[in-house]
Design a protein. Structure first.
Lengths: 478, 183
């Protein structure tokens, strides 16, 4: 801009028209103090009724159904599930992939969008990270009990032992152990580190001794010194970079579990990418399910604005379109390969018998229903987004079922064909993990800073020393 | 009143209202020749690193070190366990090859890097710490809310309770407070 711009009128002419301007991160912002109150009030205020209702339901699932199904399976054996020859991977692996998938969008939102400097991510990043941490916990549980003898899980770790046994490192199943554990640890570190400045805020705001003691311990003496921030920001960028790598790595490795096998339907090089994108798509669905009610019930409509929901929905649409392309490729390659087994498996996904309703659920939701997100009207309707989010989760769950069971139940020899139906213990365990996830999530929402207070404040114009609102004498108006 | 605990002066703190004000004050404090001072803000202030001449944070190197350490270790572990201690033939392939180590080593590189970043951050910031003289000052609680605090340490060679207070007043600092620390 040249020096000739002296008065406000000329500046207004140069400014982009209203529809092209960037939506503000927070609507109706009344300053940093207001923002601090607004963002921490839910963790400090009285617990609302809806929280108690949801918490009781999920706590019953988490503390009754979950342990009962878990212990019964561990004490009795994998036979309590529907897994049997030829379908040795049933709901346990389906749910494992599904939970890992849910985790991925969280990391993508919090890490990848940070690296691409998307300011709107500050408002939903923390909630996305929490989703990641809790769903990886649920995912990690499944392979641990699927092995059948959970007390031998330590065989999977490279621990020197008197049996002289070491893991076989050429197997992608072994890589999975490392990938899921790393994902759990790194996403927890990232989650925790991001909260340190906010713990300090809650510590400084606390009115009771107990709160003060707890948040002082969690904040670890954080003062917000420029030196603290200096190192913190560097560590945050590094962690974001590493987490972004994990988005692409963990599900790729889960995909490799399948595509190194010879089974028709799994023997495809597209699997790593397929699983990553599917994971992200599924996670955006879960993000919508969590964000829509929470922004309303916690009074965060000014913070998690319609514009942010619109962006999450657009990301869901983009990942959905990539998934559609991959479906197309999968079917095309199955046909183009000329391999009768491949053709058989893929033909039976849609025109077979036992599981076609799941095949068509997948097409109906992931391919057709997702297209609704093209419309602005749908993207700004919260109820529609909530339902679409739920359905995307169902669609992706059936996709995983179709991939896992749909490829196993009719393998090369017809003599080996069989059926798989989940038993009540399969379903109970799934309900248990869902309950545990939501229970942990509700506890997080109630007791921890669910929105990154310092990050949101940091992207406000009030935080910019070169903006009028930040105290600068000139400049600003952007 | 019982005999007061021995207190020594830790520094002088002043409160500012906006990021621009504290950035400006920080520049002037630096130009006045002070070296042991710090700012406390609810979020990082753009440009403060340059004013305080903090340079590049070494946390990145700690993360790199952690990652490299884990990568090398896992690669070694795989060679040791699958090719040396208990040689394992899988699919007629060589006992050891670099590509077979890559995925687990790379995954553990991420783990090492992440742990390194967190530990590096905490170590350079001297956290966790249970006590900080500023955390006793009630007014300091606003530094995590909407105020911006500048502290000039008593260990600075230019520090004098009266002169430094005068400087902070000139800079427009409000609520100038003497911070004391237990000896």
């Amino acid at each position: 801009m040249s020096d000739s711009v002296t008065n406000l009128e000329e500046l207004k002419k140069l400014a982009p028209p209203a529809e092209l301007r960037r939506a503000p991160v927070v609507e109706g912002n009344l300053g940093l103090g207001w923002l601090t109150d607004k963002l921490s009030v839910f963790a400090e205020g009285k617990t609302p009724l809806w929280w108690w209702i949801l918490f009781s339901i999920s706590a019953v699932c988490a503390t009754v159904i979950f342990p009962v199904c878990l212990f019964y399976q561990v004490f009795t054996g994998v036979g309590v599930w529907g897994n049997n020859h030829p379908v040795m991977w049933g709901l346990d692996i389906v749910n494992f992939i599904w939970w890992v998938g849910v985790a991925h969008a969280g990391t993508l939102i919090s890490a990848l969008l940070f690296l691409t400097k998307q300011h709107w991510r500050t408002t939903i990043g923390r909630m996305a990270e929490a989703m990641t941490v809790f769903s990886v916990m649920m995912a990690g549980l499944y392979p641990a009990i699927h092995v059948g003898r959970a007390w031998f899980d330590w065989f999977m770790f490279p621990i020197p032992n008197s049996n002289g046994l070491w893991p076989q490192f050429r197997s992608p199943l072994m890589w999975d152990v490392f990938a899921v554990n790393t994902y759990l640890v790194v996403s927890m570190l990232f989650f925790f580190m991001g909260m340190i400045p906010d713990f300090a805020t809650l510590r400084d705001r606390s009115t009771t001794r107990v709160r003060k003691a707890i948040f002082s311990a969690l904040a670890m003496g954080w003062t917000g010194s420029a030196r603290h921030w200096h190192h913190y920001e560097k560590a945050y960028v590094v962690l974001c970079g590493l987490c972004t790598l994990l988005v692409f790595t963990v599900s790729s490795i889960v995909g490799l579990d399948f595509c190194t096998a010879q089974i028709a339907g799994w023997h495809a090089t597209i699997f790593p990418l397929y699983f990553v994108i599917g994971a992200v798509f599924c996670g955006f669905g879960m993000m919508l399910v969590l964000l829509v009610p929470l922004r309303k019930w916690c009074g965060l409509e000014n913070i998690i604005t319609l514009s942010h929901m619109d962006k999450v929905a657009k990301l869901a649409l983009v990942s959905g379109l990539i998934i559609d392309y991959i479906y197309l490729m999968e079917f095309f390659i199955a046909w183009y390969s000329g391999d009768p087994y491949e053709r058989w498996v893929f033909g039976h996904r849609l025109f077979g018998h036992t599981y076609i309703y799941l095949g068509w659920t997948l097409i109906g939701i992931n391919v057709c229903l997702t297209q609704l997100l093209w419309f602005k009207k749908i993207r700004s309707n919260m109820l529609a987004l909530f339902i679409i989010g739920l359905l995307i989760n169902c669609g992706m769950w059936s996709e995983r079922f179709v991939i896992v069971v749909g490829s196993l139940y009719q393998e090369f020899l017809p003599a080996n064909w069989g059926k798989y139906m989940p038993t009540r213990w399969d379903i109970g365990l799934y309900i248990g993990t869902l309950g545990t996830f939501f229970m942990l999530y509700l506890l997080f929402v109630k007791f921890l800073p669910m929105i990154a207070i310092s990050e949101v404040k940091g992207v406000m114009p009030e935080a910019d020393p070169h903006h009028k609102l930040g105290g600068a004498k000139t400049g600003g108006d952007k | 009143m019982s005999a007061p605990a021995k207190e020594k002066v830790y520094g002088l703190m002043a409160e500012f209202d906006s990021p621009a004000a504290i950035l400006d004050a920080a520049k002037k404090v630096r130009d006045a020749g002070y070296s042991r001072w710090d700012t406390f803000t609810p979020f990082p202030i753009h440009g403060m690193d340059e004013v305080m001449k903090l340079g590049n944070s070494l946390v990145g190197w700690v993360a790199l070190g952690g990652g490299a350490f884990m990568f090398a270790n896992v690669a070694f572990l795989i060679w040791f366990s699958n090719a040396w201690d208990y040689p394992l033939i899988v699919g007629g392939k060589p006992m050891f090859s670099v590509p077979m180590t890559f995925v687990p080593a790379y995954i553990m590189l991420i783990m090492g890097g992440a742990v390194g970043a967190l530990i590096g951050m905490l170590a350079f910031n001297q956290l966790p710490r249970l006590h900080h003289p500023l955390l006793k000052i009630p007014q300091f609680e606003t530094a995590s809310r909407d105020k911006f605090i500048l502290l000039i340490g008593a260990t600075d060679k230019n520090f004098s309770v009266t002169e430094t207070r005068k400087l902070l007043e000139q800079l427009g600092g409000a609520q100038i407070t003497l911070v004391e620390d237990e000896d």
